[in-house]
Design a protein around this ligand. Structure first.
Ligand code: AMP
Ligand code: GLY
Length: 445
């Protein structure tokens, strides 16, 4: 799809921004965007209870599927740039719909979003471009899967092809477990998302997140990050959306980054171009650093959550300019937006029971929070009838702090977390263990 950016409404005006999404990620984007003095108003659709606390920001409510009403509203608010946060509206094509109405949009169309919305498409894309990734087999029936599972010397990783809110991946310990996970997906555990299954060779190594802001042709890298996907300390327990992160990660040396750029980032962008996909948004590379080098575990077509909350405080006020340049296809590729003297860390507080069932509506108490170099980004919160903050999601809020070393960063983060409470509140005490030197117990007890 080619986009004529000269048709866009804003003609480089940058006053009113719309952010679509309701998580901590979107609140942190608003927080970074408001830093620029050009910005007058940021609207979050729908946002959460924390959104209104962010400078220049307010929530709006609208049905995203009612395009006529949406366009009318965006015109009445004189929106100059739309930032689409979550994968679902991107996969459903909101990017191209808004671009067809001449809005400048940060976020790929449904064609580019396929990198996330179809794992088999992404794997075939990587295979064609010779991008390092785990070996895979795309299967459409249990019979087909059985042949591959029993021929393989190792138990294979099982993935539902489509979007499954981060729950569609199984890492089995035996062939029997591989088979039963495949069977469950084909029986409809994830609806249409499981019509195709991807079986994958299991690979090993630390995982890192790399983000490239793209304008279709050029890109700028954000600071790297490391997420903590498992629920419990020592990286045990079920996978979650992410329990905390830190940025940048020293796990990625300069030479790793050079290799990742040459073997992964550039070939990805070149291949998108070759497919005529005008990718204007963030490309999230979920990488594993294996013994034989970095490999792509997954692509996402959006910012990571909680990586975004972690990275946004490291951005200077020109971050929003960069988003606009991506949306309009005007990136130079050499822009600097990072405040390089700071490190950042984030810990997520969750509801009891997450990532399975959890209760909502529990009052949140905020004590004496030190907000110097520290932000609280709400993820799942709302207001009760008395206007008090209550829990409204599995991941409730993120506490993010910055400092000159990671001990200092996490000391502040955990100190502030102790000031926050709600019934059943849970958080991992060891976020950043990879980069913290000081005895963890002395900080967290
Ligand atoms: P994904 O949703 O594809 O990122 O997968 C979720 C998590 O499953 C990843 O963060 C990895 O920890 C793990 N995973 C996915 N694919 C593989 C693989 N081929 N080998 C080992 N672990 C994997
Ligand atoms: N933090 C992982 C994700 O956003 O998918």
């Amino acid at each position: 799809m080619s986009i004529n950016s000269s048709n866009s409404k804003s003609s480089n005006k940058l006053e009113n921004i719309l952010i679509i999404g309701n998580g901590g990620r979107e609140n942190s984007l608003a927080w970074a965007i408001q830093k620029n003095e050009l910005i007058k108003r940021i609207y979050l659709l729908p946002g959460n209870a924390g959104s209104n606390k962010i400078n220049k920001s307010e929530r709006i409510g609208l049905d995203l599927s009612n395009i006529k009403e949406l366009i009318k509203k965006l015109n009445s608010l004189d929106i100059n740039l739309v930032v689409i946060g979550p994968e679902t509206p991107l996969a459903e094509g909101l990017g191209e719909v808004l671009r067809n109405y001449n809005f400048d949009v940060f976020g790929p169309g449904s064609d580019g979003a396929k990198l996330e919305s179809s794992k088999s498409w992404a794997k075939e894309f990587m295979k064609c471009a010779n991008i390092p990734t785990a070996n895979f087999w795309k299967v459409k029936s249990l019979e087909e899967a059985k042949k591959i599972i029993f021929k393989s010397p190792q138990p294979l990783v099982v993935k539902a092809d489509g979007l499954a809110s981060g729950k569609g991946v199984f890492i089995p310990d035996s062939k029997e477990e591989t088979l039963s996970a495949t069977e469950e997906i084909f029986k409809g555990k994830f609806g249409n998302a499981g019509e195709i299954v991807v079986l994958e060779e299991k690979i090993e190594g630390p995982e890192v997140s790399v983000f490239a802001l793209c304008d279709g042709k050029k890109y700028v890298l954000l600071p790297t990050a490391q997420d903590h996907k498992r629920l419990n300390e020592n990286d045990k327990g079920p996978n979650t959306g992410g329990m905390g992160a830190y940025s940048p990660t020293p796990l990625l040396t300069k030479s790793h980054l050079e290799r990742i750029t040459k073997e992964i980032i550039k070939p990805t962008i070149d291949s998108l171009l070759k497919k005529n996909i005008d990718y204007r948004g963030v490309l999230y590379f979920g990488l594993m650093i294996t013994k034989s080098g970095p490999k792509v575990i997954e692509y996402n077509c959006r910012f990571g959550d909680p990586e975004c909350q972690t990275i946004m405080p490291l951005m200077d006020k020109n971050f929003v300019i960069l988003l606009q340049k991506c949306a309009t296809g005007n990136l130079l590729g050499n822009e600097k937006i990072e405040m390089t003297d700071q490190l950042s860390g984030c810990v997520i507080a969750t509801s009891k029971g997450y990532p399975s069932d959890y209760e909502k509506g529990l009052p949140i108490n905020y004590g004496d929070i030190d907000l110097e170099d520290c932000q609280i980004f709400d993820s799942g919160t709302s207001l009760n009838s008395k206007g008090e903050f209550i829990t409204d999601g599995g991941r409730v809020l993120s506490v993010v702090c910055q400092g000159k070393d990671f001990d200092n960063v996490f000391e502040k983060t955990y100190k502030n977390l102790k000031e926050i409470s709600f019934e059943g509140m849970y958080y991992r005490k060891d976020i950043g263990h990879q980069v913290r030197k000081r005895n963890l117990n002395s900080m967290d007890s």
